[in-house]
Every structure is written in C-alpha cells, then in structure tokens.
Design a protein around this ligand. Structure first.
Ligand SMILES: Nc1ncnc2c1ncn2[C@@H]1O[C@H](COP(=O)(O)OP(=O)(O)OP(=O)(O)O)[C@@H](O)[C@H]1O
Ligand SMILES: [Mg+2]
Length: 279
C-alpha cells in the first residue's frame, strides 16, 4: 500500500484579478519525495508553496496537508498545522533584530505555543536542538551573531536551520540558491539533500537553477560515508531510490510533470528554457 500523502493539491485555483497565480494545479507528495519546481518569474511557484501551508487562501480546489484540509481550516488551526512544516522563504526572511540562535529557536517556541511538538525532540532542551540544527548547516559558531554580521550564503544556511529545527516531515524551499555563487549554491543543495535523506522528509523546492534539481535527482546522502554519493544507473526506474520529479509552471499551470530524463527529452519550447540553463 502506498504511504499516505503528506501534501495533496486537487484542481487548485488562485486568481489575482485577471492573473492566474494557480490554475487547476494538482500534485501529491509522499515521505522522502522531492519535487523541483521550475518556471518563469510570476508563473506561480511562490504561490504554490504558500498555498500548501495556507499562507494564501485559494479560490477553488482542495489542499490537504498532513491529512487535514488547508482550504477549510480556520486561521487558528492553520497556525498549528503550519508549525509542522518547514519553510525557507524566497527573501530569506530572517529577523534582523534577533541573533542567529534566536532565529533558529523561533519555530520551536512557536510549536510549543501551538501545542504541537515532535516526540523525537521533546526531551531535548531547546538550546540543544538549536545548536544541533546549526551544526547540521555547519554554522554552530554563528550562534550569537546577528544576520547582518554573516554572509548571504550563511544567512541562507541559517534559514535552512530554522526550517528544519523542528524536524518537519515536509520542507518547502523557495529559491534557496538564488543570488549565490555556484559553490555556495552546491553546498546548500547538498544540505537540502542530506536533510531529505537523513530523515526521509518530503521536499518541495522552487529554483531557477537547473543544477539544483540535478543534485537532488542524481545524488543521495550516504549517512555511513557522511557525504553525497551518486545514485546508481538504475535510479530512474527504481521508485524506491529515485523519488525526484520535476514540475514546470507557466501562468499558474503545471505544464510539465515527470522525471529528469523525461524533462530533458521534452520538446516543448517553454519547458526547454528551464533545462541546462546556466545562471
Ligand atoms: N498578493 C498578490 N497580489 C496580486 N498579485 C499577486 C500576489 N501574489 C502573487 N501575485 C501574482 O501571482 C502570480 C504568481 O506569483 P508568484 O509570486 O507565485 O510567482 P513566482 O513564480 O514565485 O515568481 P518569481 O520567480 O519571480 O519568484 C504573479 O503574476 C504575481 O504577480
Ligand atoms: Mg517566487
């Protein structure tokens, strides 16, 4: 029997005036699966992520998150539901007036307020968990620094630590590598793959860099070796090992869904724009 979906969209619509931000969008995401979301500026990628956790209210269709209906829930219920997912915002979204440690602590305090805690972490102190999340992104030494005192790439990594500190079953990443040099971008993608593979979490990743999708698709984190290793040649046909699929959006619609090889073979001129596209 297939695992229960963590997230499911059915015929979701969202319009701003005459603009379709989301148009008949359907998707299903299960534990350990990755979706790479590509598409032009304004094609609806951020709206899709925000709709998933009820940060924007859609006009039609159904969205279920952890088995609960996001489109019908009241804001108070959404708060608790949302605290179970991790979100890396497109703009970074760190609080400038809080230290790095306090930024990463924030979702844990939020979760405590909303009454939903992960059993796995409840016996550890908040500070231990914050330090562990920062260690995961190799930034433990920045605990007491402020966002303005660290580099853009480091801020992105703090954003990731903040998104994963609660050990969420679903992490949404909005353009986690935008504006970074290729080496830093690859480091960040390696962390995202590690997070997915260490905890079998589901990931929805918006990106303008095709290489980000390639990393998620071609590699997995080997915990014994503590590094990313290439998936075998059988990867694309083995549903257990390769669980990355690509989505291309255009004017709010999903115009492509499939594997990397299917994407690379796609003839559509719009879709082709997002394949092997260097920054
Ligand atoms: N609050 C809003 N009010 C009006 N229009 C909006 C709002 N939010 C999004 N839109 C519109 O919805 C469409 C989709 O926006 P979205 O932010 O999802 O694009 P995107 O694919 O994330 O783009 P980018 O790659 O530039 O981040 C765009 O046309 C945008 O202008
Ligand atoms: Mg966006």
């Amino acid at each position: 029997m297939a695992e229960q979906p963590i997230l499911a969209f059915r015929d979701v619509n969202l319009q701003y005036g005459d603009t379709w931000a989301l148009r008949n969008v359907s998707l299903v995401l299960r534990p350990g699966e990755t979706r790479i979301i590509l598409g032009a500026a304004g094609s609806g990628k951020t709206c899709l992520l925000k709709a998933a956790i009820g940060l924007v209210h859609v006009d039609g269709g159904e969205i279920s998150l952890f088995g609960e209906d996001v489109t019908r829930d009241r804001e108070t219920d959404l708060f608790a539901l949302r605290s179970r997912a991790g979100f890396v915002f497109q703009e970074g979204g760190l609080f400038d007036s809080l230290s790095v440690g306090e930024n990463v602590e924030y979702p844990l305090l939020n979760q405590r307020l909303s009454g939903h805690q992960n059993n796995s972490g409840s016996e550890r102190s908040i500070e231990d968990r914050v330090r562990e999340a920062l260690r995961f992104v190799e930034l433990e030494r920045t605990f007491d620094k402020f966002p303005s005192e660290i580099s853009g790439g480091m801020r992105r990594r703090v954003g990731i630590a903040r998104a994963i500190v609660t050990e969420p079953p679903l992490v949404l990443y909005d353009s986690p590598t935008a504006g970074l040099d290729p080496i830093t971008a690859n480091t960040i993608m390696a962390l995202i793959a590690k997070e997915r593979d260490v905890r079998n979490s589901a990931s929805l990743i918006v990106t303008h860099r095709y290489q980000d999708g390639e990393i998620m698709d071609k590699f997995f984190y080997d915990a014994a070796r503590q590094e990313l290793v290439p998936l075998g040649e059988c990867a694309d046909t083995d549903p257990k090992r390769n669980r990355t699929r690509f989505i291309v959006m255009k004017e709010g619609q999903v115009v492509f869904f499939g594997t990397r090889l299917e994407l690379e073979a796609c003839d559509d001129l719009y879709v082709k724009r997002f394949v092997h596209h260097e920054d």
